[in-house]
Write a protein that binds this ligand. Structure first.
Ligand SMILES: Nc1ncnc2c1ncn2[C@@H]1O[C@H](COP(=O)(O)OP(=O)(O)O)[C@@H](O)[C@H]1O
Ligand SMILES: [Mg+2]
Length: 228
């Protein structure tokens, strides 16, 4: 287990290089994130932001470089260990939540805990408690019938149930109206301190970007850091 000492490096990317369809997405891309820190990743559509998150999750293999998650280079791991490492250390929130609409929020969140090997009873209890903390009404209502903001809070809960050291989010407020956007952004940016994780959010939304500790812009195949 990785110790939860505040400020520990949880993501370190070194000289990442990737070309897709003959186009160089990443040249020598490097960055580091520590627990307790939040960062946003900005940049025009098509520059490779989602691809970078996929690389960090070990779903896309770059051509060269290293990606240390919780101190271990995931590019040197065999597939099975990589999947386990991802489940243990990374939580991911997608733009449209990617939840199962027929299931209740508790079921959606508990599934992630069950897949991580938690006993059934604990998975359901933890899911209920976490949803309560995050302000999602705990009832049998199918997730598909919740408001957009409640669904995204459920998606955040599902990402957090395994207590990840690294929380990734790909345009998590992109499909929300203004009020829900504010409340989901408020929630996300409290997490690094409250849960002692690092948070990396891809966003186009300047109001969201302004809340982060650090800001990276993806241009010319590298990350340029500017103050958030
Ligand atoms: N597996 C792949 N094969 C070919 N092209 C890809 C692949 N993954 C991404 N791309 C291309 O890489 C570029 C960056 O995509 P993406 O990471 O989705 O950008 P962003 O999230 O910044 O909008 C796009 O032009 C996309 O079509
Ligand atoms: Mg994208």
């Amino acid at each position: 287990m990785v110790s939860r000492v505040h400020g520990r490096s949880v993501l370190r990317i070194e000289k990442l290089r990737l070309a897709v369809s003959g186009r160089h997405l990443f040249g020598t891309l490097s960055c580091e994130l520590r627990s307790g820190e939040s960062a946003v990743l900005c940049g025009p559509s098509g520059t490779g932001k989602t691809t970078l998150l996929n690389c960090i999750m070990g779903l896309t293999t770059p051509d060269d470089g290293a990606i240390y998650v919780a101190g271990e280079n995931i590019l040197e791991m065999p597939k099975r260990r990589l999947a386990e490492h991802r489940r243990t250390y990374i939580g991911m929130v997608f733009q449209f939540g990617e939840l199962l609409p027929e299931l209740s929020p508790v079921e959606n969140v508990a599934i992630a805990a069950l897949l991580a090997g938690q006993p059934r009873r604990k998975a359901y209890q933890d899911a209920e408690a976490l949803l309560g903390d995050l302000g999602v009404p705990v009832s049998g209502t199918p997730t598909g019938l919740l408001s957009g903001g409640e669904r995204q809070r459920t998606a955040v809960a599902r990402a957090l149930i395994t207590e990840p050291v690294l929380l990734l989010a790909d345009e998590p407020t992109g499909a929300l109206d203004r009020e829900a956007r504010e409340s989901v952004a408020d929630l996300l940016f409290t997490l690094p301190r409250v849960r002692d994780c690092a948070l990396l959010v891809v966003t186009h939304d300047e109001a969201v970007a302004g809340r982060a500790d650090r800001r990276f812009d993806l241009r010319g195949g590298d990350l340029a850091e500017t103050r958030a």
